[in-house]
Design a protein around this ligand. Structure first.
Ligand code: AMP
Length: 288
């Protein structure tokens, strides 16, 4: 497991590979690794002969400076966890080096950057697209492994790949959950046990409601979810039914293409998101 701490070190380590018939898999992360991230690495190891994991808390994708400051940084623990899986390279860049002399192309993200996460976290997806553009240009992976947990981010990535990197394929890995139903997230570290229990109940209800989309009217399910979030003392940003990958907000089930329930709420100081597929087709990128 080679640790590359600069763009230059990464580039010289990868250079000989680019002329080899070896498949490169890439797993971008912001660290504070949990089994969700590790599942992406395991999947990448299964599909690709060479695996790069990045750990980088990307300031550009934080719309809230407090959230950036409070984001957990657990590098030693992360490297211990990765040791067990042995990716080939862990890329640990720093901001100044990563973005120095980079000129970004155009990333038309509309309407993804103006709905749901795009509306509540202004500039977030632009920051995601920028860091991934640099990573993809440097690493030239065949496949990039990302979690369904951040469904709208997956849609942004599909858009970025289509426009700038058609040779790279997204593999969307299903959300990994605790036995309680709570989606694993680095942000869960900041929840009290009580908040965690309530958040788990909300996740279970999202999964249950997703199974009922198409049988029960969406506004009924939506209200049930909003009520549960408020009963827990939390503050919802949105509870929406959307199409994937275009993220059109739907007023009823459209079973001819992928639909998902997407939810975001504040549990105290922590903002949580979760989602679940409604019955119907799933995207080609989704690892069923
Ligand atoms: P992050 O470190 O939060 O940027 O996440 C890095 C990658 O791990 C992203 O592709 C996330 O969608 C993915 N991820 C985070 N949590 C989970 C989870 N519970 N299950 C599956 N993938 C996840």
């Amino acid at each position: 497991m080679y640790l590359a701490e600069s763009r230059e070190k990464l580039a010289s380590f990868l250079k000989p590979l680019f002329s080899e018939p070896i498949r490169i898999g890439f797993v971008p992360t912001m660290g504070a690794l949990h089994q969700g991230h590790l599942t992406l690495v395991e999947q990448a190891k299964r599909s690709c002969g060479f695996v790069v994991v990045s750990i980088f808390v990307n300031k550009r994708q934080f719309n809230d400076p407090e959230d950036f400051k409070a984001y957990p940084r657990l590098l030693h623990q992360d490297l211990d966890l990765l040791q067990n899986l042995q990716p080939d390279v862990v890329f640990l860049p720093v901001e100044e080096d990563l973005f120095s002399r980079v000129q970004f192309p155009d990333f038309p993200l509309h309407p993804l950057d103006t709905v749901l996460e795009g509306a509540f976290r202004l500039g977030h997806f632009r920051g995601v697209a920028e860091v991934l553009w640099v990573f993809f240009t440097l690493i030239r992976p065949h496949q990039v492994f990302m979690g369904q947990k951040d469904l709208q981010q997956c849609a942004v990535v599909e858009r970025l790949l289509q426009r700038h990197f058609p040779e790279i394929h997204l593999v969307m890995v299903p959300t990994v959950r605790e036995a309680s139903g709570l989606a694993l997230s680095s942000r869960n570290l900041r929840l009290s046990p009580e908040e965690k229990g309530k958040a788990a109940a909300i996740s279970r209800l999202i999964l249950k409601c997703a199974g009922q989309v198409g049988q029960e009217p969406w506004p009924v399910l939506q209200k049930m979810l909003q009520d549960e979030i408020q009963r827990a003392g939390f503050n919802p940003d949105y509870v929406a039914l959307v199409s994937y990958p275009d993220f059109v907000v739907l007023s009823k089930h459209k079973p001819s293409y992928p639909n998902a329930i997407c939810v975001a709420y504040h549990a105290g100081k922590v903002r949580l998101i979760d989602n679940a597929w409604a019955p119907g087709p799933l995207p080609a990128s989704f690892l069923a």
